[in-house]
Ligand binder design. Sequence first.
Ligand SMILES: [Zn+2]
Length: 271
Amino acid sequence: MPELPEVETIARGLANAVAGKTVAAVAVRLPKVAVGPAGAPFEPGLIGQTLVRVGRRGKWVVIELASGSRLAVHLRMTGQLVVQASGTTEPHPYTNVLLTFTDGTRLCFADVRQFGRMRLLAAGDPWDADGGIEPLSEGFTSDAFVSMLVGRRTPIKTFLLDQTRIAGIGNIYACEALWEAGIRPSRPSHTLSRPARRRLHGAVRNVLQRAIEARGTSVDDYVDAEGLRGGFQNQLAVYGRLGEPCPRCGKPIVRTVIGQRGTWWCRGCQK
Ligand SMILES: [Zn+2]
C-alpha cells in the first residue's frame, strides 16, 4: 500500500501534469469507488472544474478545485493515478474513473482490486483524512512526539501505524524507522525512554525524507503518476528481508506479527 513517500511522489508528479487543467468529461465505470459530497452525485461537481493544486494529506492525494471543493483519492492496495496524453485511445487497464480534460489529456484512476476511493468534498467540508499530525510538518517536534507516547500501552509499531495519531506511516516505514532507532517493535509505547523517543522521532523523519528523495518504495504495484517505479526498495534495512543479515550487526532479520501485520526487525540490535 502506498505510504506517505509514495503518495507525496504521486502528488508532486500529478501537480506537474494536471494542475491548471479543466475537466471536460467524467466517466465512472465502477460507481462504488466514486463518492459524491453528502449524497450528491459525483460527476456534476467535477465537470467544468479547473484543478488548482495537487497535494497530500496522510496517505490521500488531495486535488483542490477552483470551486473550493476537493477531490481526495486513496489508493489503498493497488490504486494508480495515471495521466494519459491527448489522443490515447484506450484508458489504462482497470480504470474505474476516467477524467478527460479540455485539452484532450486524461487522468485514469485505475485499480485492480477496487479498494481505492475517490471522494469529492464540497467547499468548506472539514474532512481532514484521519486527523493525525503530518510527521514532516513543523508541528511534529521531538517534544510533541515524546508527549504523544505518555500513557500509551500499545506496541510502539502499532502506535506509529495509527493514522489518527500520525498521518501517512504504514508498515514499511514503521519497520524501517524502528530499526534505525534501534527499538524493538513490540515495546509498549510508554516504556520508551526519553532518548529512545527522540531517536525514533528523528528516525521517522529521516526515513520518510530519504524515501521521498528516492521517489518511494516499489515492493509491489506502486508506480508514480508518470508510471515510474520508486527506488527506496534498494535502501530497505529490514522490511521484507527475512533471514538476511542486519546491515548494522549482522544477525539475521526476523519476521513476527504485531497487530496482525508482518513485522521485520533485528533481535541483535533492536531493544
Ligand atoms: Zn541488527
